[in-house]
Design a protein around this ligand. Structure first.
Ligand code: FAD
Length: 525
């Protein structure tokens, strides 16, 4: 179990300003956390800073799937799917407490009880190939289901159109908790991590970048800087100034949460979007179900992408075409919006090519930038990045140690809190399965700095039921205030900030903002 002291923000900040590091990672999303873990386990002295909370960027806003990417097979990207599925398997092995297998249903809708044989053949061919490229290692093969079997998994599937279905397996994880756990595992191996520490400029020794300077003026000395800032990567490269920016092309994707009685899915379901060539996922999550995602080119502010009324309408059109119960925007009880950090590659003509590749580049001043990729492939991205860094440094283990490295598991510590104080076993937010102990443990040991850290990322209460979470916020702030040293005024300010954030999210959900027409939406899942 982790030593809580190694994950204390104030203590870590003091070390960042006074020690020299082999590697400084900028960005505490899954990519940066993965790089910090790889570096620390290769025996290097590593620091990581994020301008906000861990996973506060894209890494808390994904579809939360750990997957091979079934659709890449249709593009004959066998090697890529093989690699993704190998990473999926490693995550299932190394973090079984965070990553779980999840069955997916592909309903086949037809006319008069028949479905075109040729299309069914294409599906079964792709699924057989998915199994062969490594999918089978999850312990289940794909299979074809009858209409009656399929309807058991989602009883509201349109009986008039449903003909049959396929069932296959992938996996899922709570993205923000996975990122946090990777960062805490890195801390266990010696990484020094601090949140709410924005890098304002890069530190130079001669022509080389050797560390960074935070907004508050603190200077962090490091022999190599890794830029793992996702959609902010261009910004750090501009601070470097020695190379052309990588040209990130952000693509927005949103999800909405609805109560499971509206969409009673027992397993994940893939449904097509009418009038578009895309499909979306319907994924049961605790007491609710979420639908997503969209995929729109984005040129708005990258700090806070929002889920708009048009996004909601797009997702609901898909579920309403596939099921009998009508889901309206009034049924939406949570939303999240994220930006894919796609690398605009001059050599690629197809935008779909951009989504799945990652790239590692080194600027003339020595900044190593890692961009693109997926949640699923964070470990391989970190390995590739650290191979480059170790070469530059001339020290550190040449080979990664993360292929079989177990991620931290401290669930027992939370149970121990409840055993010591049964009142902490009470629900944190009425209707959700989180306990008060989850918030208290987060405040004590998970580098919480704001109330939103607890309600949006340590727990995912905000995503699962926004209104109920806002109502519970004052009591939760009071509960964790002693551990965080918050005065009554500070706790009230935290509640006000959290409430304002939730209100802005709700306003956006009802606002119509011009977005590209459906036909302009690109093809990435
Ligand atoms: C809608 C959507 C659905 C997705 N679904 C899936 C999925 O189901 N499965 C999957 O495998 N992948 C999925 N992805 C992709 C995956 O989420 C991303 O590839 C991954 O989260 C990117 O992580 P990252 O660490 O590179 O970026 P981020 O998580 O954005 O991290 C970058 C960090 O850098 C920090 N930062 C920026 N500037 C500074 C600075 N100046 N100083 C300090 N810190 C700074 C930011 O605060 C941020 O925390 C999805 C993506 C989207 C958008």
């Amino acid at each position: 179990m982790t030593s809580p002291l190694s994950f204390d923000r104030a203590a870590n900040l003091a070390r960042l300003g006074s020690e020299r590091f082999d590697v400084l990672v900028i960005g505490g999303g899954i990519t940066g956390a993965g790089v910090a873990l790889d570096a620390a386990t290769r025996g290097l002295k590593v620091a990581l800073v994020d301008k906000g909370d861990l996973a506060s960027g894209t890494s808390s806003k994904s579809s939360k799937l750990v997957h091979g990417g079934l659709r890449y097979l249709q593009q004959r990207e066998f090697r890529l799917v093989y690699e993704n599925l190998a990473e999926r398997q490693r995550l299932l092995n190394n973090a079984p407490h965070l990553v779980e297998p999840l069955p997916f249903l592909i309903p086949l809708f037809g006319k008069d009880g028949t479905f075109p044989k040729a299309i069914a053949k294409i599906y079964s061919g792709a699924l057989r190939m998915y199994d062969l490229t490594g999918g089978i290692r999850i312990g289940h093969r794909y299979k074809r289901l009858t209409k009656d079997e399929a309807i058991k998994y989602l009883p509201t599937l349109r009986p008039d159109r449903l003909v049959a279905a396929f069932l296959y397996w992938d996996a899922r994880a709570d993205d923000a908790r996975l990122t946090l756990t990777i960062a805490r595992t890195a801390a266990e191996h010696g990484a020094v991590i601090a949140t709410y520490s924005p890098v304002a400029s890069l530190r130079r020794e001669g022509d080389a970048v050797r560390g960074a300077v935070l907004e508050d003026g603190m200077s962090i000395a490091a022999d190599v800087v890794v830029n793992a800032t996702g959609v902010w990567a261009d910004h750090i490269q501009r601070l470097d100034g020695s190379a052309e920016p990588v040209h990130i092309r952000p693509a927005k994707g949103v999800h909405v949460t609805v109560p499971s009685h509206k969409v009673p899915a027992e397993i994940a379901v893939v449904v097509n979007v009418p009038g578009d060539r895309r499909s979306i996922f319907v994924v049961p999550w605790g007491e609710q179900v979420y639908l997503g995602t969209t995929d729109t080119d984005y040129d708005g502010p990258i700090e806070e992408p929002t889920c708009t009324a048009d996004d909601v309408a797009y997702l609901l059109s898909a579920i309403n075409a596939a099921t009998t119960a009508t889901v309206t925007s009034d049924d939406v009880i949570g939303t999240w919006a994220g930006l894919r950090p796609l690398v605009a590659d001059a050599k690629s003509t197809r935008t779909a090519d951009l989504s799945r590749r990652h790239s590692v580049t080194t600027s003339p001043a020595g900044v190593v930038t890692v961009t693109g990729g997926k949640l699923t492939t964070y470990r391989a991205m970190a390995e590739d990045t650290m191979d480059v860094v170790v070469k530059r440094l001339g020290r550190g283990a040449k080979r990664t140690k993360t292929k079989r490295l177990k991620l931290l598991d401290d669930r027992a510590a939370i149970d121990a809190l409840v055993a010591g104080d049964p009142s902490l076993g009470a629900p944190l937010v009425p209707g959700l399965s989180y306990r008060c102990a989850d918030a208290v443990y987060a405040a004590r040991h998970e580098m919480v700095h704001t109330l939103a850290d607890v309600l949006a990322r340590r727990t995912r209460a905000l995503l699962l039921d926004r209104d109920a979470t806002v109502k519970a916020a004052p009591a939760i702030a009071k509960l964790i205030a002693p551990d965080l040293g918050w005065s009554t005024e500070e706790a009230a300010a935290q509640v006000a900030a959290f409430t304002a954030m939730a209100a802005a999210e709700e306003r956006a959900q009802h606002a119509h903002i011009n977005e590209p027409a459906l036909s302009e939406r690109s093809e990435r899942p």
